[in-house]
Write a protein that binds this ligand. Structure first.
Ligand SMILES: *Cc1c(COP(=O)(O)O)cnc(C)c1O
Length: 386
């Protein structure tokens, strides 16, 4: 048996500071978490509005379970498509301002399904080099030609689009880059797509609920709208629950219902999740004060951390990575913070490019200014030893 082979590969990974382990929470998701009996202030969840443990969402989930039970029992196309799924899809479509929406179990599955349903062999996908891993997997699985352009490089994308003569063209991008926090130039990307008759697939995992009017996301943030945009957002981050949805023209949604394997061949999510998400959508819509508070915390952190030996990356969003570079140093810094009661994830290759290991600090509307003070104090203290 090749166990020793596996073990040797893992040992090598560990020596490079790349071995990954999981830590177990014994408290609900919140800025204040308990891990192994010890309390920490955490800056690493994507629960940007603090809804994951919100009493109204919990109550909605309980009521949903009472009404619909706990399991959907079948795929959407068989007998697993419930009234609550349908209501949520309609609410999401009108919230984003598109004719139709389709729920997926996760963002990962949505990305795999959409790209696979929209392009195939002979078509071409154009992708930002810093896109999320699920988009990268999606384009590989689709068997389409793949052209990756340098991060945000519109000129390179334009020339790649110009050189591609045959087949469908699909440009795919994170709206807010998950490990960098910067926002894609969606307006310019859309213009290029119009010029070259390409589709634009926007993954708004980190913009939905946070950016735009009433949290409607990145398209609203830029004030853009087009039939050629296929919009995807996840529901396990700012929305606080689980799942994802695609909002687009009806012909696109019907194509997904018929051809997206990760939609067709999987059990529908529990209908109670959709009941809870309907409540979440209402809190997002009414959540301007949460977003204002979050923005204040972002400004506070950016202004307060300018004197460290490490730099915050250029970002206006809740994702505020502190660039360290070296893998082991990043790990040690993350461990040092933990000893001071502060939890921040160390992000290393291959999640990010070589030599760009970082502490991925994420802020939430559930943090207080005092929480951010603790983080800044801890980083300043550690800066003396590194
Ligand atoms: C988290 C994330 C996903 C995956 O969404 P899940 O619902 O967690 O599977 C997809 N794209 C981006 C950019 C993400 O950050």
């Amino acid at each position: 048996m090749p166990f020793s082979e596996l073990q040797n590969a893992l040992n090598e990974r560990a020596a490079l500071g790349l071995f990954r382990t999981r830590r177990m929470l014994s408290s609900p998701q919140s800025p204040h978490i308990v891990v192994n009996g010890k309390s920490y202030i955490a800056f690493c969840s994507n629960d940007y509005l603090g809804l994951a443990n919100h009493p109204k969402l919990i109550a909605a989930m309980q009521q949903g379970a009472q009404q619909w039970g706990v399991g959907a029992g079948a795929a959407h196309l068989v007998s697993g498509h419930f009234d609550s799924h349908h209501q949520l899809e309609q609410r999401l479509a009108s919230f984003i301002g598109r004719p139709a929406a389709l729920l997926f179990s996760t963002g990962y599955m949505a990305n795999i399904g959409v790209v696979q349903a929209l392009v195939r062999k002979g078509d071409t996908v154009f992708a930002d080099k810093l896109n999320h891993a699920s988009l990268n997997d999606a384009m590989q699985l689709s068997l389409a030609n793949v052209k990756r352009y340098r991060h945000g490089d519109l000129e390179q994308l334009s020339s790649m689009l110009g050189q591609t003569q045959s087949g469908r063209k699909l440009v795919i991008t994170d709206a807010v880059f998950s490990m960098d926090g910067d926002i894609a130039p969606l307006r310019e990307l859309l213009a290029l797509c119009e010029q070259h008759d390409a589709w634009l697939y926007v993954d708004d995992a980190h913009g939905f609920g946070v950016l735009g009017e009433q949290g409607r996301g990145s398209l609203s943030h830029f004030g853009i709208d087009s039939k050629r945009i296929v919009y995807m957002a996840t529901l396990g981050k700012a929305a606080g629950v689980s799942g994802a949805f695609v909002a687009a023209e009806l012909a696109v949604i019907d194509t997904l219902v018929n051809h997206a394997n990760s939609y067709v061949y999987t059990t529908a999510t529990p209908p109670a999740l959709s009941v809870s998400l309907l409540q979440s959508l209402q809190l997002i819509e009414q959540g301007d004060s949460l977003r204002v508070h979050l923005h204040r915390l972002i400004m506070k952190l950016r202004n307060g951390l300018s004197e460290l030996p490490w730099q915050l990356m250029s970002s206006d969003t809740a994702i505020q990575p502190l660039l360290i570079g070296d893998n082991l140093k990043t790990l040690r810094l993350s461990e040092g913070l933990r000893e001071l009661g502060v939890w921040v994830a160390a992000i290393r290759p291959p999640t990010v490019p070589q030599s760009t290991a970082r502490l991925r600090i994420t802020l939430s509307a559930a943090h207080s200014e005092a929480d951010v003070d603790v983080l800044m104090g801890a980083l300043r203290e550690l800066a003396q030893y590194f």
